[in-house]
Design a protein around this ligand. Structure first.
Ligand code: FMN
Length: 362
């Protein structure tokens, strides 16, 4: 079968992230976040309630499978597997950019499968800022209807577009386009980065447009500039390869980004993501200001190794154990803990006049 460019790119992304080291070189700075361990707790894991509300639905734990795929033949199998585990374990799930299906309806089935397999899980539709600028809201919102989504993530990926061989590294017109989209959207719009993080300035701007959901995706996890660098190398596009090398270390570390957005938007729903690799990372993300944690690459790797179910069950159980060992009995109590932060995160926080945690909320 001849694939169009969007579909071909989607398959190349999966191939690159599974074969190459696409993380770093910057870290999340979650290594600078500490929570005291409580060695004696007069309770067991069954006494910890990890349930939270998200988009009007209940999650068994504040964990989200970040948007990755769909848009090319074969990706419906990955989406079906992710949807099945999300439904079974009570997690939320995002899909990858639905641009391919918007431009070629023959590919809609690669996304629609998610709602078929996960009739009750919170599902997040996904589209790029470039498409929000390019198409009228009614066309963009087809991606919500396509999967009966509970929210629409708009990904902001300027650095990736700059390094992408076929990228469009400009968002001119995004503010007005977003404003119109938010007005017409039947579901909440989530502002989502893809690995370079959201700042307090951006959170302020988005908040003034009415956005209340943020998915920070800071540095330390999948680095999309790096992914595009590998694609440019394979395509022999030396200019794009060099642009990628120039931008590899750009971005806000995930821990700093969570704190930035929480300070700018105390009442927002914040997904802490980008380099969340363990249940402990997820707990730290929540203690410094997130409401939930999102992970992409670890779920894809677990799928590829045939261990998606084991990976997910272990993640949820470890999250429960980590919460227990902080002394909290539920996620609300977890959010009231005061994190200990060490340099260089302390430097970032003081230089930007921020405070870590949910202190503004409580
Ligand atoms: C294979 C793959 C494909 C992705 N495709 C998209 C996408 O289409 N749209 C999007 O917003 N983010 C996409 N992402 C980014 C993730 O949602 C997430 O922001 C990023 O990978 C950082 O999280 P991680 O470090 O846990 O992987 C993709 C990630 C992976 C691994």
């Amino acid at each position: 079968m001849v694939l169009d460019d969007n579909a071909e790119r989607k398959l190349q992304h999966i191939d690159v992230v599974l074969k190459e080291n696409v993380e770093g070189p910057l870290t999340t700075l979650l290594e600078c976040v500490h929570i005291p361990h409580q060695a004696i707790i007069d309770a067991g894991p069954e006494d910890v309630d990890t349930r939270v509300r998200f988009l009007g639905k209940e999650l068994s734990a504040p964990l989200i499978i970040s948007g990755m795929t769909g848009g090319a033949p074969g990706t419906e199998r990955i989406n079906a597997a992710l949807a099945s585990i999300a439904e079974e374990e009570g997690l939320a799930l995002g899909v990858g950019s639905q641009r391919a299906a918007l431009e070629n309806p023959n590919l809609e089935y690669t996304f629609r499968v998610v709602r078929k397999v996960a009739p009750t899980a919170p599902i997040i539709a996904n589209i790029g800022a470039a498409e929000v600028v390019k198409y009228p809201p009614a066309k963009v919102l087809k991606v919500v209807e396509m999967i009966d989504a509970d929210a629409l993530a708009v990904h902001l990926n300027l650095a990736q577009e700059a390094a992408q061989p076929e990228g469009t590294p400009s968002m001119k017109g995004i503010i007005k386009s977003l404003e119109r989209l938010i007005l017409e959207s039947p579901v909440p719009v989530i502002a989502k980065e893809v690995g370079n993080g959201l700042s307090k300035e951006v959170a302020n701007t988005l908040r003034s447009l009415g956005i209340k959901h943020f998915d920070v995706e800071g540095t330390g996890g999948t680095n999309w500039v790096k992914v595009e660098m590998y694609r440019a190398m394979k395509a022999g596009d030396h200019v794009k390869e060099e642009i990628a090398r120039n931008l590899l270390t750009w971005g806000i570390p995930t821990a700093a980004s969570i704190i930035e957005v929480r300070n700018a938007a105390p009442d927002a729903y914040i997904i802490g993501s980008g380099g969340i690799r363990t249940a402990v990372d997820a707990v730290k993300a929540i203690v410094i200001g997130a409401d939930a944690a999102g992970m992409a690459l670890p779920f894809l790797k677990a799928y590829a190794s045939g261990r998606l179910r084991e990976f997910t069950k272990a993640l949820i159980h470890s999250f429960r154990m980590a919460v227990l060992m902080t002394g909290a009995r539920n996620v609300e109590e977890l959010k009231r803990l005061k994190p200990i932060i060490t340099p260089p995160l302390t430097h970032w926080v003081s230089a930007r006049g921020l405070k870590p945690g949910h202190y503004l909320t409580y």
